[in-house]
Design a protein around this ligand. Sequence first.
Ligand code: BGC
Length: 738
Amino acid sequence: LEEKCSLLSGSDFWHTQPVERLGIPALMVSDGPHGLRRQAENADEMGLEESVPATCFPTAAALASTWDVTLLTEIGRALAEEATAQGVGVILGPGVNLKLSPLCGRNFEYFSEDPLLAGELAAALVAGIQSEGVGASVKHFAANNQETDRMRINARIDERALREMYLSVFERIIERACPATLMCSYNQINGTYSSENHWLLTEVLRKEWGFDGLVMTDWGAVHDRVAGVAAGLDLEMPSSRGWNDRLVAEAVRSDLLDEADLDRAITRVLRLVARYHRQTPEHPLDLGAHHELARKAASRSAVLLKNEGTALPLSGLGDVVVIGEMARTPRYQGAGSSQVNPTRLDNALDALRRKHPGLPFEPGYPLPGSPAATFPNGELLRRAQEAAAGRTVLLFLGLPAADESEGYDRQHLSLPADHVDLLHTVRRVASKVIVLLSNGAAVETASWHTDVDAIMELWLPGQAGGEAVARLVTGEDSPSGRLAETIPEKLEQHPAQLNFPGEAGEVRYGEGIFVGYRGLQKLGNRPSYPFGHGLTYTTFEFTDLQAEVAEVTLDTGLDEVVLTASFTVVNTGSRRGVAVPQLYLGYLDSSVDRPPRELRGFQHLELEPGESVHVEIRVTRRDLSFWDVRTHSWCVETGRIRVEIGASAEDIKLRLETTLLAPPRLLPLTEWSTVTEWRQHPGAWEKLEPFLAAFGEETEFFLLDLPVCKLPLMFEDTLTFDQLTELLAEIRTISSVS
Ligand code: BGC
């Protein structure tokens, strides 16, 4: 029993427990999501020491802006190759939690505010990792949407929001890519810690979704280990030095825990070890090729937000000055467990100077530890102003490392004051100002964006971001990224703002399903740059939208295609470029509140000038559904659907309306069901209708919302209590048959 229980937790920070007697090895796991953070043997446990060098790819916020599943799969493969070379069997990532608030300190590690986009991209990354025989641990399951009080916070979420938004990301990844493991989150969901949440870990995850991999804890996320084993939690990480294993053994001995639960958990651990343990760390690696892939990914991640008067691409670098310490000291990744020790590090200044030696540079503001840190601010500003006079300024601004990290949330959306001062100073004298932003999550631009000619959001672009930006501004590469998160005009317009990050140990997800653009649009709040937005150096035209809809019957499976939208995209400009047409649906006759627009598909198309392509986007029954809290299942309804093709959630290029036919939703009828609900039920309505004949069309509306048990009270002439009792008895048989 003790030997079995020992398998329930890690042997140290990064390994499972070996059993020498049986020749069971220890499996090594390692962060992280956009590059390995493998600690050398005997490194400090907290992982504060530098890890073994690995390629630092753009972080998830950047990768998500590519909307490019093929690229994500390629990166997954590269991550797995590096894992294999370092003897790592399971990569602790990707992190896929939804971006509920732009302030979450870990948003740089997460993909999107939209569950479909986050799910598709993360699934592609997982598929890439696992195609090389390395396991992925998709994290943090579930509802880990803030860092404030992350180890204890109780996320209060209604059932529909949980299903449609927070869980559906994981559900999609499991369906598409079968990850080897999930990592459960620290927090509680509706009063139960994820690490001991039977509903989450067993009923939903395994029984409904059919997940047959392993669930491990986030590092130190165990609350009650015995309850965890019973709930479906398999592996505790890291080691709790035997403490929790002993508690489990005692619980089995005293019949407080069924030994079958323990056996199930360790079987999954053994299966994972057998499948993913690496025996031969020696593995040839082409780190040069990975750096090149990181560059391509950084280039694809950049989102051109604004480009007034075609300020970009630059026609030459002759009149250009580079300003901003971040051009020389790049901010390229975030802090915390995902921090990679890069194999190389490009910076934009050197990359631009390779194209144009002697390009002038001024730091403009200090960054901690940078060469400019010793100069007084006034001096830095004065020199920047002098250098900018009459020139085109490439102005590098962003969030310093301390502003966003695992472990805490941001307090505001603003750029640092000295960056904004620099911008205004430079603007007064420069001929053009082109802002290049480095930050892991949305920053406010509304207070300064009208003052600049162009803005390119680079996110945290990884180790090759410097070279990527040099190629983008000079036109060697074309920007192709699209926003995977909204850039709000101000924090106060954001739906999450009413509740985030909660108080007294609890955060209420009061916006429900109206996360990100869904909520902004519902409230009529226009952001600075909408979800899906991104400019290119070419132009596209979208034409000929058509939609085919199949009737949904009782036999239509959730994964069957019901709606197919087709249209044509043409590159009407003079350069090769990437179009990302986005399919949004709106449900005009829905019986429940639905967002004005929901992303239901997208395509990533690279087109030569003049090239046109016919696109088809298919939507399944599941993706047309809402989560019905009365039947606890996915539901589609008959009604009109607005089909839209957008270049962003606010820039709709094509639109049509179509009708979906679906079987009526037959809710079990009771005396508390309304007249309308009885009416939807053919068998029952036949019986009730004759009693209501006295009501004319003019008065009928009054009845519709009335529970039938109120009829004898309010209109005794219509229906007596006795008649109602009889009716209910008859109906019970009809309802149970249907
Ligand atoms: C983080 C995880 C990470 C783990 C191991 C935790 O603090 O939340 O994302 O994988 O540490 O480093």
